[in-house]
Design a protein around this ligand. Sequence first.
Ligand SMILES: *Cc1c(COP(=O)(O)O)cnc(C)c1O
Length: 397
Amino acid sequence: MPGFELFSDLERKEVNDVLDNGVLMRYGFDAMRKGHWKAKELETELATTFQSNHVQLVSSGTAAVSVALASAGVGAGDEVIMPTFTFVASFEAIMMLGAIPILVDVDDTLTLDPKAVEAAITLKTKAVMVVQMCGSMGNMDALSKICNENNLIFIEDACQAIGGTYKGKPLGSIADLGCFSFDFVKTITCGEGGAVVTNNKEYYINADHYSDHGHDHVGNDRGAETHPFLGYNFRISELHAAVGLAQVRRLPEFIAIQKRNYTIIRDALSKVPGVTFRRVPDGGEESYSFLNFFLPDTETALNVSKGFKENGVDVCWNYYENNWHYINKWNHLKDLKSLFPISKEVKKGLEYLKTKSFEQSDHFIGRNISCLIKLSWTEDEVRIRASKMAELIKAIN
Ligand SMILES: *Cc1c(COP(=O)(O)O)cnc(C)c1O
């Protein structure tokens, strides 16, 4: 997945354009910048890539999720339904707004189970956030239908699935708002950065203002801009956007390499008894940033994960025991460890986490192995890795 593996003169050239004129800020300084507007240019390129009307760049993927929710009016006391398997950023972004993350089970797509979503809807539910984990996606038709029928905002976190599609549409462009991360380890990177993608003009304008202190960005005199509403600073810098600009132009090349590497490993593992693969919904095409497969039970999966590690097969994880990606280890959330007081409403809203068990999620995440697909591997290296993985699994299972 990481785009940083393939940095070249292309990234260097874009960054040098910015350093040559010295304007590291994405807004204003029109006279000094010699026509270079890297953030604006990247937004235009991303709008084409995601076949969407509007793109707002921000400082990170976490900021993108928070800005997307805020832009659609999600805030204090609102409930946002999200999966148990994701990156910690998902609940952080919700809680930043004083809203309440409602975690629900994943199914064999490794993201939201539509039945679990339906069961979790209350009068306080404002939004549903699907997280397109590890390069694939949820059942977007079923989830869209639930959101439409219940008048809920539908948010898509496609941070790990850039380049994937569902029924021909880019992941991240299907829900009301989509979120991307361009942090250091994502398929395309800016170093740090993120984007909110939408076809809804009002949400876009909200995102544009909110991520820059509420500035209305009318005219080209920042001093004369007014503040229609309160905002914060979630801006991206020109330097970061410049790196992303070179990277996004290489996305088709990156996806092709990921697909080649993924396919070699998948072909080898599909011949191994007991190995099955994560379900990709009908009409979906993965971004191939990860290969996810299941073993018959959690014990076997943990043994395989250990066997891989001991035998030099790196970048493969069983997320059941992972601090960052699965509810099992999120004690700081369950115990509400916070630097500052959390509102009574949020505290009460999160009480369910003390008692609720997520057996269905445990069933799928416990048996899953998730392997990162690197861009820098040569075809020979991938073949050697694939047969080593197959042999190790056969020996353990
Ligand atoms: C990386 C990631 C984020 C957060 O992105 P940052 O840019 O690191 O803040 C959010 N959601 C998912 C699924 C991610 O993988």
